[in-house]
Design a protein around this ligand. Structure first.
Ligand code: HPA
Ligand code: ZN
Length: 321
């Protein structure tokens, strides 16, 4: 059992919270024929070889999201599950480009997700922020256009991020959109060192100026980078069940989280795409604590790191600690 509840979720993609039951419900509502016989058949496809294999299904299942109401239903369902798992603050990723390329208007995405956060989170005792991620396997100029559109629409953003297929798409190409975000006063994070090399972590820090690294498990390959991350107290949002399901690490018992923690890195535990990877943030905490034999002190430090890494006021941080 864990003693410290997982109060802060900093690495969760809202589209990755779309559970099979809601996929079938939204498909029926929108008259969309799914290429699966039933929920069992869909679930049977949740055995992934790697990140690309997962992303193909993750993007395909987004076909059921058409209207602001659909995005709101997904977000509301996530908030309810998060609250039940003890979450009190969430910084939620959304992938606007994944919907724009399907012809879904930006307003449907933003109004649906941000509207549900504003309407439902306070009653659940959860504070929230929305982080728009850009897809690194699409052109950097498109990311700039989408951020300009988000800013023009006054989208209530906490920050921006960078996700999707990592290998072969180094962060440096996205310098312009990250500079624009900094000018606009937005926080900046990026996925790096999940499947890609430690050099992408260095590049995300040096070129994009990110304040947090999402995943970052490959940082351990570069001792100088590790020294820097420790010295500068750079937060790393680690997602253990995701790493196992995407075969970034062979088994939870081999997960580098404990090594990273004991090396002095500011790691915290999160869920990534909980509907696909077998668990929400509380499940990740329980699973990793058991598999790695984490002590109470280890678990308390992980929880503290998450609060320290959150983009919240000092007052809210004090409440969450
Ligand atoms: N990695 C990169 N991009 C993503 C992921 C992930 O695990 N989930 C959703 N987009
Ligand atoms: Zn992620």
């Amino acid at each position: 059992m864990i003693d410290t509840p997982p109060a802060v979720e900093l690495h969760v993609h809202v589209e990755g919270t779309l559970e099979p039951e809601l996929i079938t419900e939204l498909a029926a509502r929108n008259g969309i024929a799914l290429p699966y016989r039933d929920i069992e058949d869909l679930r049977a496809r949740y055995a992934f070889h790697d990140l690309a294999d997962f992303l193909a299904l993750y993007y395909a299942n987004m076909a059921v999201l058409r209207t602001a109401d659909d995005f709101a239903a997904m977000t509301r369902a996530y908030l309810r599950r998060a609250a039940a798992g003890g979450v009190r603050h969430v910084e939620l990723f959304v992938d606007p480009q994944a919907h724009l390329v399907r012809g879904v208007p930006l307003a449907a995405v933003v109004d649906g997700v941000a509207g549900a956060l504003a309407d439902d989170a306070p009653g659940l005792g959860i504070t929230t922020g929305l982080i728009a991620c850009f897809l690194r396997d699409r052109p950097p100029a498109e990311a700039v256009d989408v951020l300009r559109a988000l800013l023009a629409a006054d989208a209530p953003l906490l920050g921006i991020g960078l996700d999707s297929a990592e290998v072969g798409h180094p962060p440096g190409g996205f310098a312009e959109v990250f500079a624009l975000a900094a000018e606009a006063g937005l926080h900046r994070v990026a996925h790096a060192g999940e499947e890609g090399p430690a050099a992408y972590v260095t590049e995300a820090l040096d070129v994009l100026g990110v304040e947090r690294i999402d995943h970052g498990i490959r940082s351990l390959d570069d001792p100088e980078l590790v020294d820097r991350l420790v010295r500068d107290a750079v937060p790393l949002t680690v997602c253990p069940l995701s790493n196992v399901r995407l075969r970034c690490t062979p088994d939870l018992r081999d997960h580098p989280l404990a090594t990273m923690l004991h090396r002095g890195l500011r790691v915290s535990v999160h869920s990534d795409d909980p509907a696909y990877f077998g668990g929400y943030v509380d499940d990740n905490h329980r699973a990793v604590a058991a598999a790695l034999g984490l002590t109470r002190d280890d678990q308390a430090r992980l929880a503290h790191h998450a609060v320290d890494a959150a983009f919240v006021s000092a007052e809210r941080a004090a409440e969450l600690h």
